[in-house]
Design a protein around this ligand. Structure first.
Ligand code: SAH
Length: 200
């Protein structure tokens, strides 16, 4: 069962990632298919794998083998490695690896803290991956993006993502931007997307 404890998002390191997990977690249950587009340290992959269970499936992407190794170790620690496919490829190639519709997808952009700062997500690949994820998304499915604005190149990426999300057809997608309005302009923001349910 998804744990409905409130998410603590206050403080200077206010947790955008947990907020994003809460958003996608609400539509996930055992047997669902989920994607972590940026495995990084594996926290979102672990979260998704825990909810979808043995009968579900998680696809986790990263271009850094080191990130996938960290993610694999984390999953193993909780015995959740069996239903997760770790994919050493860019999320912009998601369509080459996933052919089933997906219930949810998380993006945590930027660079891996403690990792290679050159392996950073970029505007064109992120936008391409987001488009593929939108195409794969089931009715009622959700996508979260944690978008960072403080590092070099972040401005271009955050603008590209926001511009694309803002242009999505409102009869097909609900789109929210969530910002920490009392923090500096370099605080991360979130984009939440839900595909509308089909009319019955
Ligand atoms: N900024 C976050 C962590 C982001 S981790 C924080 O502070 O917590 C982002 C991950 O995306 C990194 O591990 C990086 O290797 C990965 N990445 C970068 N470009 C990618 C791409 N095209 N496809 C998949 N993963 C990518």
């Amino acid at each position: 069962m998804y744990n409905k404890r409130p998410v603590n998002f206050a403080g200077v390191r206010g947790n955008a990632v947990l907020l994003a997990q809460q958003f996608v977690g609400e539509v996930l249950h055992k047997g669902c298919v989920a994607v972590d587009a940026t495995a990084g340290n594996g926290y979102d992959t672990l979260f998704l794998a825990n909810i979808v269970g043995e009968s579900g499936r998680v696809y986790a992407f990263d271009i850094q083998q080191a990130a996938l190794d960290i993610t694999a170790r984390r999953l193993k620690q909780f015995g959740l490695e069996n239903n997760v496919k770790l994919i050493h490829d860019g999320h912009e190639n998601m369509n080459l690896h996933i052919d089933s519709p997906v219930d949810a997808c998380t993006f945590n952009l930027g660079y891996l803290p403690g990792g290679d700062h050159n392996s950073i997500t970029g505007p064109s690949t992120t936008v391409k991956a987001l488009q593929i994820a939108l195409d794969l998304l089931k009715p009622g499915g959700r996508i979260s993006l944690v978008v960072y604005t403080g590092h070099p190149g972040a401005g271009e990426e955050s603008r590209a993502v926001e511009e694309m999300a803002a242009q999505l057809n409102p009869s097909l997608f609900g789109v929210l931007k969530v910002t920490f309005i009392n923090r500096s302009l370099s605080a991360p923001f979130l984009i939440f997307i839900e595909r509308v349910k089909k009319e019955k």
